[in-house]
Design a protein around this ligand. Sequence first.
Ligand code: DAH
Length: 345
Amino acid sequence: MQAKITEIHQQIADFQIENKEQLEAFRIAYVGRKGVIGDLFDGLKNVPQEERRAVGQELNALKEAAQNKFNEFQALMESASDKSVAIEFDLTLPNIPNENGTIHPLTLVRARIIEIFAKMGFNVSDGPEIESDFYNFTALNFAENHPAREMQDTFFIEKKGGNVADDMLLRTHTSNVQIRLMQNQKPPLRSIMPGRVYRNEAISARAHCLFHQVEGLYVDKNVGFKDLKDTLYYFAKEMFGQDTKVRYRPSYFPFTEPSAEIDITCLICKGKGCNVCKYTGWVEIAGSGMVDPNVLEQCGIDSQEYTGFAFGMGIERITMLKYQIKDLRLFTENDVRFLRQFEGL
Ligand code: DAH
């Protein structure tokens, strides 16, 4: 058996393969199941028990040597035949135009938002989309029975059954990143936090189960409501144009006190009234407020020493207003006729 194995190794090494026929002959003789190596495997049962393992290993090595040689020559022949195809190329034909993609409108607007806030000294922070109830709700001062925790809003991943703060969910807003930031860094903090959020909503022209927000947070000594107003005023004018008017409407969020919603003059009717602004002349762009002292304290920040403001806005909403897009579903359908309209912006 041993001598036979050595002999076949030699045969494999010597075998000349110069064309497809020789390659096929090699395959039949050494690689195929019915070849000589196959026969040797069949004979393995006659080898004495104590030698069988060692001989088996040598046979496997032989089989591998045959297979490797076959693979090598097969690849060689394929690349040779590719070359002959290449020669048939007609180099006088005109070039095939290079199809460039375009930047998605949401990416475009996110970049613009980051750019505007960067000019005011805001950096960018990131946080997880799969989150615990603690970061999404509890630490943001949501009462245990707050309706936003309900199933119809939130995609829960795991209900632990014990403390609700331990439940796992898909974040419903980017406000979770505020908490992580305040826990991990000391004031002064000045950051915006763009990201994807999820809500259990039926998909329509105005709602989606998945969308994007940008959160903003500014915590330092002596931060006041005027700073919030100035910051968002500047943002609105940079984003929508210098003649845009901004108003602050009192509102409520568990994590801010006082809270305000921010409206701008409707870009479609310029404030005269139309169906987009429901004939009010104003459209909402963001929620905001002064960070509730409870939230600061939860994160280990002394609320006697520091104050802060926060805001949150939907990137889809800003994009729809800026480019007068009427259907939210267009953002996820990947219709190139829609996407191409943002080329070069
Ligand atoms: N998290 C709020 C939402 O999803 C938006 C928001 C409102 C964020 C006020 C804030 C804020 O930071 O201060 O509707």
